[in-house]
Design a protein around this ligand. Structure first.
Ligand SMILES: Nc1ncnc2c1ncn2[C@@H]1O[C@H](COP(=O)(O)OP(=O)(O)OP(=O)(O)O)[C@@H](O)[C@H]1O
Ligand SMILES: O=P(O)(O)OC[C@H]1O[C@](O)(CO)[C@@H](O)[C@@H]1O
Length: 324
């Protein structure tokens, strides 16, 4: 496509919200304005595309929202977009609004959606990785991951205080639908006694050995990823089996990890990736996700942005030493 013809860009946030999305929206809008391109925001992810629910975006308004968590465009998981009929409606919306290119901020599901959409819609699509799970290939970090880990550790530190006071064992469940990134990062930096994540299957046995002999005056903290195959409740009952005297509590941190102000890292990541999305679009890229690799901007075709079920070797080694 002749990129001089890009006069109107549509943008939306999709999947789970993540801190830093507003910073990315600000950067997209600011950089588009510099290039005399109009930006419209579709509300509630693919739902807004289907229903034609769009609002004009101006950098002046977004500038003061960079520090805010969530997404001012709202987000959703859209059943309707999973159907060809839904995608055809979205195509009509884009044609009617004369949108020349689309930028989506979301996780791997969002990019699968764009791939399906590209079969019937031939305008360029650019993706920005936005999910607290950090489970995408093509980038070292996704928007919101750093903030979510910070929220998790702030809360786990508090749990330690009460756990120490009562000599209790606590299982703290952290988010990550299929991924242990939040689990391994938060578990390591709070000094957890055990860390269970879906990418590593041997730890439970070692953990049970350790907890069997636990009669300490200390707290015993176990961080379990939501996606761990054993699961929080079963881990708890296995611990009770091997050591029935243990005073055990479970805390599920849940959606608190998705809220709150974005960290400095996530604000900066949002600014960099938002700006990069306009830059690569105007250089003629399409159907790629912009990401950060070794602290440099890179692009990856949507086909390769599959869910990342791999924790690198260095972290796995740390897990062996510190996590079980
Ligand atoms: N194969 C697909 N075809 C069409 N649309 C899809 C497909 N997969 C996902 N989508 C659309 O993308 C939306 C977002 O995907 P999903 O709910 O998996 O979140 P995500 O982008 O992976 O973010 P998060 O990691 O925060 O959950 C879905 O609700 C659906 O509308
Ligand atoms: O908000 P929902 O739809 O319950 O989704 C929860 C899922 O979304 C995530 O927070 C990612 O956005 C996962 O960690 C979690 O499993």
């Amino acid at each position: 496509m002749n990129t001089n013809k890009i006069k109107h860009i549509g943008v939306f946030t999709s999947g789970g919200d993540s801190p830093g999305m507003n910073a990315a929206l600000y950067a997209i809008t600011k950089c588009a304005e510099v290039n005399e391109i109009k930006v419209s925001g579709f509300r509630k992810g693919y739902e807004g595309l289907i229903d034609g629910d769009l609002i004009p975006l101006k950098s002046h308004d977004l500038q003061k929202l960079v520090h805010q968590g969530g997404t001012i465009l709202k987000t959703a998981r859209s059943e309707r977009f999973m159907t060809l009929q839904g995608r055809e409606k979205a195509l009509q919306t884009l044609r009617k609004a004369h949108v020349d290119a689309l930028i989506a901020i979301g996780g791997d599901g969002t990019f699968k959606g764009l791939l399906a959409f590209s079969e019937i819609c031939d305008i360029p699509f650019i993706g920005i990785p936005g999910t607290i799970d950090n489970d995408l290939a093509g980038t070292d970090y996704t928007l919101g991951f750093d903030s979510a880990v910070n929220t998790a550790i702030e809360n786990i530190d508090k749990i330690r205080d009460t756990a120490e006071s009562h000599n209790r064992v606590f299982i703290v469940e952290v988010m990550g639908r299929d991924s242990g990134y939040i689990g391994i990062h938060s578990g390591l930096v709070v000094g957890a006694n055990g860390i269970l994540i879906p990418e590593s299957t041997q730890d439970l046995h070692l953990l049970l050995e350790k907890v069997k002999n636990y009669h300490s005056e200390d707290a015993f903290l176990i961080v379990v990823s939501e996606g761990d195959e054993t699961g929080t409740d079963l881990v708890a009952s296995k611990i009770k089996e091997v050591n029935p005297d243990i005073d055990l509590r479970i805390t599920r941190l849940g959606h608190v990890q998705r809220g709150g102000h974005p960290s400095a890292f996530d604000r900066m990541l949002g600014i960099r990736l938002g700006a990069a999305s306009i830059d690569v679009l105007l250089r003629g890229s399409e159907n790629v996700m912009v990401g950060l690799y070794n602290n440099m901007i890179c692009t990856t075709p949507f086909q390769n942005v599959v869910k990342q079920h791999h924790i690198d070797e260095e972290l796995q080694d740390l897990l062996k030493v510190f996590g079980s």
